[in-house]
Write a protein that binds this ligand. Sequence first.
Ligand code: COA
Length: 162
Amino acid sequence: MRHCIYPGTFDPITYGHLDVLSRAAKLFNRVTVAIAVSGGKGPLFSAEERLEMVRPNVANLPNVTVVTFSGLLVEFCMAQQADAIIRGLRALSDFEFEFNMALMNRHLEPELETLFVMPNEQFSYTSSSLVKQVAKFGGDVKHFVPPNVAAALAAAYAPKPA
Ligand code: COA
């Protein structure tokens, strides 16, 4: 029974993340999407909102569950009895950050492996912050995020009544 954790801030989840997730779901018996509560990035959406945005988009993947976590990722993984962490590598520019994070996690927990998958190249330039920027200024984000996420972004950036 192989179980992997797909961690991230997911602020918000994009089709690129979902592409990584669908690949992970084929490779592992069980995948847990682990949403970092703070992620150190001052997220636009609360952890609960991010969780609710992910859930309907994984309903077609019966071996995938979604949770939030705080604290050290490796501790969460060990508590979940996970075999591996999975991360997406979109381009060479992701490599250094991911390499350092994987080695730090290995230092903290030598038994836990980090595996990388490459999302479809059509998502190589998709990122949550670029999507937020486009949405903030009224651009169309439907190619990058599922409809429920696009709606949440539109609501988050809707002009506030005076
Ligand atoms: N498709 C689209 N975008 C992707 C992507 C993909 N396949 N893979 C990564 N990204 C983008 C995200 O959109 C995001 O973009 P942004 O920076 O513009 O917002 C960025 O790459 C990374 O975000 P995400 O995938 O959500 O993960 P993250 O790098 O924010 O996650 C944690 C980092 C949560 C895994 C890490 O901080 C952590 O483990 N925290 C817990 C504390 C801990 O243990 N720290 C020590 C770690 S060594």
